[in-house]
Design a protein around this ligand. Structure first.
Ligand SMILES: [Zn+2]
Length: 77
């Protein structure tokens, strides 16, 4: 059986199913838990950005993930 490791929390994702329990974002593999944290962390930042800019957003996502990979977690409660 194929398994994946979450790049942030290092948790093992059993039977990964893209978009359900596993997310591939900015060349990183995220488990559902970490993906939720990422969205939670970005939501208030994205809300303040008008007009919305995809290049800016992609960069924000990538930087947030790389920071979380270094720390082993996202900075959200
Ligand atoms: Zn994770």
């Amino acid at each position: 059986m194929k398994t994946l490791t979450c790049d942030v929390c290092r948790g093992i994702i059993k039977t990964p199913f893209m978009g359900r329990n596993y997310f591939h974002v900015a060349h990183r593999d995220l488990c559902e838990f970490c993906h939720d944290k990422l969205e939670y962390q970005l939501k208030p930042i994205v809300r303040t950005k008008l007009p919305f800019d995809y290049d800016w957003y992609n960069k924000l996502v990538q930087e947030s993930i790389e920071k979380a990979v270094t720390k082993g977690k996202f900075d959200v409660k």
